[in-house]
Design a binder for this molecule. Structure first.
Ligand code: LLP
Length: 425
């Protein structure tokens, strides 16, 4: 298990590369990923038979390719994510060891996703009974996984809790028999079961999840060859938070797997499906301070990135570590500041709590033209970016062995309006 680092509020480099140089070369705002951190996080999980990256967390094809070259397979939740996986070198079908390189996990098929899944023989993790019939109608004899909702859930925010009756995700645990019937009608075999109960899981809760998985596997029977623990492994966004104890986490799942292997008499692979755990800590959003202004008692640092680039604070009140890149060695006192972006909306504040309450952060005194880094922004950062206020999507850069590589160009203004038309008349 990694140790929780400190979160200094002043820094000059990312993975040994000067932040000022990165900003000058690629401009700001730019996401900067340290590839070594992703590789380390992959290593942490090597006790699992299969690490399946939930690419929704950060789906740049260079990140997917890095994961692939480090033995990680991939999850796709849309036709777009299937295309990304294919572009990054993953293939449909099944590997020699029985692993599916790409799994499509969703609660519905849209037509594109269904067509792609059939065309590329992509294993489907069905999140609703209707998906079984829709797949069966175009492909007989497939093997599928069922994503189950065991009736309870957990999440770092109500918006990321994926279990229980209020959740739209997965197949209700009491409908397994119905799904077996539907599968049988189409010659489909249920070979996998999957539970992702929400982001931000804890160990007490996990024991309950494992118990629910055991029960579900017994109901399906010995066609099951894979169980998936889903994602949700937390990462610390500040020094009060911690990692989950990975040894205990693995042991709980491994015990369930072994118990089931003994009962069913076949071997069962154990998959994990992390998103945030692999990419969050590698990513930094590098911004430039464009205004330092006083509003009554409050000092605001206004930077050139907003919730169009990093939506987690406005959506969940999420805390991200922040650091300032001082341009000189002059002594800096800490000041209590509010950090906000350029958008024409008062919620465009990075230092806010759930419910939209603005909070302050103690940061070094800083000036216009200096850089400010929003850290732990590699998961659900760039992928949740938007063009709100007609802001181009940010550039993305990956640092490998001390060299900064551009992995996504900043969107141009032409890109921004691509596809839009003036009326002919
Ligand atoms: N597997 C499934 C089926 C999922 O729905 C998710 C996340 C994951 C794996 C990966 O979860 P992770 O390991 O990253 O926690 N936008 C929110 C998170 C939404 C998570 C959606 N599903 C955030 O910024 O915190």
């Amino acid at each position: 298990m990694p140790t929780v680092g400190s979160f200094p509020t002043s820094r000059h480099d990312i993975a040994g590369v000067s932040i000022a140089e990165i900003a000058q070369q690629f401009s700001t705002p730019t996401f900067v990923y340290d590839s070594a951190v992703i590789v380390e996080r992959i290593e942490d999980l090597k006790s699992f038979d299969v690490i399946r990256y939930a690419q929704k967390a950060c789906s740049n094809i260079a990140i997917l390719d890095l994961a692939r070259r480090n033995g990680v397979v991939v999850d796709a939740v849309s036709a777009g994510e299937i295309h990304r996986a294919l572009r990054a070198g993953y293939q449909g079908g099944t590997n020699a060891d029985g692993t599916h390189e790409i799994v499509y996990t969703a609660d519905i098929f849209d037509q594109d996703a269904l067509d792609l899944a059939v065309e590329h023989d992509i294993h489907v993790n069905c999140g609703s009974p209707d998906m079984i019939d829709q797949l069966g109608a175009v492909k007989r004899g497939a093997e599928i996984t069922l994503r189950l909702n065991p009736g309870f859930g957990h999440g770092h925010s109500q918006k990321t809790n994926t279990g229980g009756q209020q959740s739209k995700h997965g197949i209700w645990y009491e409908q397994i028999e119905d799904c077996k019937q539907r599968a049988a009608n189409h010659g489909i075999t249920i070979t996998g079961l999957h539970m992702h109960i929400g982001s931000g899981t804890d160990l007490e809760h996990l024991a309950q999840v494992c118990g629910a998985m055991e029960q579900a596997v017994r109901e399906v029977g010995n066609t099951i060859t894979t169980i998936s623990a889903g994602g949700g492994l937390p990462v610390p966004y500040n020094s009060d938070q911690s990692y989950v104890d990975l040894d205990k986490y693995f042991t709980l799942w491994d015990q369930s797997r072994k118990k089931l292997e003994a009962e069913l008499g076949n071997s069962i692979k154990l998959e994990i499906e992390p998103g945030r755990y692999l990419s969050a800590e590698s990513g930094n959003l590098v911004t430039e301070i464009r205004a330092v202004k006083k509003m009554g008692e409050n000092i605001f640092y206004l930077v050139d990135a907003g919730f169009n680039n990093l939506a987690r604070p406005i959506m969940y009140g999420s805390y991200h570590p922040i650091s300032v890149v001082a341009a000189d060695d002059s002594p800096r006192e800490d000041v209590e500041v509010v950090v906000g972006g350029p958008l024409c909306e008062s919620g465009d504040i990075f230092t806010q709590e759930e419910g939209g309450f603005v909070s302050k952060r103690s940061l070094p005194q800083a000036n216009v033209g200096e850089y400010l880094v929003l850290e732990c922004a590699g998961a659900y950062g760039s992928v949740m970016g938007s063009n709100y206020n007609s802001k181009p999507l940010a550039a993305e850069v990956m640092i490998v062995d001390g060299l900064a590589h551009l992995i996504r160009e900043r969107q141009s203004y032409d890109d921004l309006m691509r596809g839009e038309r003036l009326l002919d008349t």
